[in-house]
Design a protein around this ligand. Structure first.
Ligand code: FES
Ligand code: FES
Length: 79
């Protein structure tokens, strides 16, 4: 399996919609960060589904090194 690459060393703040499902790019190769655009093809990495429980601002990991994907857990501060 290929390694995830860092898209950016900070999270993406996204205003999510109540009840909507999102597919976070875990591989770092998407051109539509922080979401999957299919560019993971051939890497063996799959996107992570995130279902919004309410309308709010969510901080999706941009560095792809979080241990709490798809959410930022502060790991980007150690890179
Ligand atoms: Fe990165 Fe799909 S493009 S997981
Ligand atoms: Fe990846 Fe914060 S952006 S842990």
């Amino acid at each position: 399996m290929a390694e995830a690459v860092c898209a950016q060393k900070s999270p993406y703040a996204i205003d999510v919609e109540d009840g909507r499902a999102y597919f976070w790019c875990a591989c770092g190769r998407s051109q539509k960060q922080p979401f999957c655009d299919g560019s993971h093809s051939g890497t063996g990495i799959q996107p992570t589904r995130y279902k919004a429980e309410r309308a709010e601002t969510v901080y999706f990991c941009g560095c792809k090194s979080t241990k709490n994907g798809p959410l930022c857990d502060g790991t980007h501060n150690t890179l």
